[in-house]
Design a protein around this ligand. Sequence first.
Ligand SMILES: Nc1ncnc2c1ncn2[C@@H]1O[C@H](COP(=O)(O)OP(=O)(O)O)[C@@H](O)[C@H]1O
Ligand SMILES: [Mg+2]
Length: 467
Amino acid sequence: MVREPAQGSTTTRPSHTDAGYPPRTGGPATFGQLLRAHRTQRGLSLTQLAALVHFNRGHVSKIETDKRPPSVSFAEACDRELDVGNTFTTIASALEAASRHQQGWIQPAQLPPAKKNFVGRRDHLTRLERLLPGDQHSLALPVALISGPPGVGKTALAVQAAHRAVNDGHFTDGQLFVNLQGPEPGTAAAPHDVLEDLLRAVGVPTDRIPTDLDQRAATFRSFLHGREILLVLDNAANAQQIYPLLPGSPGCAVIVTSRSRLPGLMSRVDATTLPLAELCQPEAAMLIRAIIGDTRADAGPSAVTVLAERCGHLPLALVLAAEHIVSHQHHSADTLATELKPEHARLNLAEGDIALRNAFDTSYRALDEQSARMFRLLGILPGHLIDATTTATPAGITHNEAARLLHSLASAHLIRSQDEHHYHMHILLRAYAADLARKLDTQPQPTKAIHPTAKPAATPTQPSLVA
Ligand SMILES: Nc1ncnc2c1ncn2[C@@H]1O[C@H](COP(=O)(O)OP(=O)(O)O)[C@@H](O)[C@H]1O
Ligand SMILES: [Mg+2]
């Protein structure tokens, strides 16, 4: 497939003379002239060069006649195919920098900091590393969707992958990061407002930002056209929220994180979905160790393992537990693991303004009434394998209705599908659902359906765990 890249500044003469440009007097003076000189020297026709660099002939011709500025990706292809080191890339970069300067382009660098203690996620990082730079033979925008339950590490993975891509030399025109505030209805950021922030972030003056949503989206796409920008859309509520924010150019890439699988997304973009589950046991223990330090961890390695298990290997719970140990001088992994033995006690893990329960609340409050009732019921049903047959009767609904509700809970990542008909619930989400059921469901459930160890209605509190 051939590419037809950006229109931009029409000058193709760089404004400075670094990297030996322009060449000695008498030689080619512009990018176009230099390209033609190298092409003819190799006996290549325009059509042949166009085929080699995977751009169309008309585009190459316009660049050769200095009617169109070369993009850096075009220059890279020329360097590679004509085997001239980084001759063309250097000139194209200088031209782009000069053009950006003229347009008032601000190079955004909005990524939050990466974490030193990042563990695991090797496969996900490898997939993102391949996906984000895009395929030079494709016109499609690379989009990755990282989805999973609250606190599983979606944002952490997106930020880590983004930093790695930048570190590898990609997205040199900038990186944008937006918190879309999903999934609770009412709190999700409106695309109209997000676009205003994004346009400002790339240097569009306020008086040039249109008021209409579609025009804002079009202006954003125009501004990004031909640039290599990474856009991280964190915590998306639904697919509709992100459509207007998507760049059009293949040189850009987008990482979306969401607690939902974002139904409908695939109809607009070819998104690659990366579902995220909790860490494996060694990684979970490694994360606790990295935060509490070797001395404390070595004092009770088996306690670290037990603690990691009691946190269900969920990164948010692991981080909160480890932080709790660090901030309470006399606490060890062992004492905290003992405190967290009762499942409901784990829900009170909190440090500073971050609380496990709040993270779960946000997902729960986004559920419709029927799904919320089914979710609470799952907290008190015995057995760990969930299916429509065993939930329909205690829920007082038909098999089909139960199957539909289970599917919607899986889509919100509040349960995980094991096969076509069966699901699992994470240990902490189960404790949370049971807690809600005790507080909210006054109607007694059928005796058989009640978990044998379910506690009477009460508000579980573990004050020592609350920051
Ligand atoms: N792979 C990981 N390594 C280290 N820390 C992690 C990892 N994944 C998540 N965390 C930490 O766990 C907490 C929750 O992760 P976060 O990315 O905010 O979850 P989510 O976005 O899925 O709700 C954060 O403090 C984050 O830094
Ligand atoms: Mg997040």
